[in-house]
Design a binder for this molecule. Sequence first.
Ligand code: FE
Ligand code: FE
Ligand code: FE
Length: 202
Amino acid sequence: MEMNHLQELLIEDLKDLYNAEQQLLKAMPKMVKKASHPDLKEAFEMHLKETQGQVKRLEQVFDALGAKAKGKTCHAMKGLIEEATELMGEDAEPDVLDAGLIGAAQKVEHYEIASYGTARTYARLLGNEQAARLLQQTLDEEGNTDKKLTALAESSINIEAADMDDEDVAMQQSPRRSSGGSSRSGSSRSGSRSSSKSRSRR
Ligand code: FE
Ligand code: FE
Ligand code: FE
């Protein structure tokens, strides 16, 4: 195809994004279902609703550029969703799957952040402030989602996933005694316990 003008490149990028968002609309309900932590479920649900608005907003951007809203397969999103689907097919501990889902979702957000940031800059360079403003709105939503996912991962979800090793399962069955007595402090058990803790804080 002929692409001599930045406007044409922008429209190609928008077609890619339009398709990427539509792929996500289809894929996200399964991620909502597979997430265990209520905060993660809620975050996914909220972003699913935002994504519906983002599709509509892209239609406004096409409009602002005098172009027809149309999609073109985003192969990158297809691949990212395939990886997430593969992950969801694993027989994983709920906390570990949550951590994996956050990682998969953040890869998607980063792709979107790069794409919307680029499109916003093109729109601005073309002097189309309306398109630039709309793209910036979605860019902000993607950025906030990414930050929220990082906060969720750091607050509890990844920590729980890291803690769930065999030793901790054994610990749950026979709870650790309080470390009041010094006689046991040199045991190998307490040593490996602390190394498992430090691993989780990596
Ligand atoms: Fe999006
Ligand atoms: Fe793409
Ligand atoms: Fe997103």
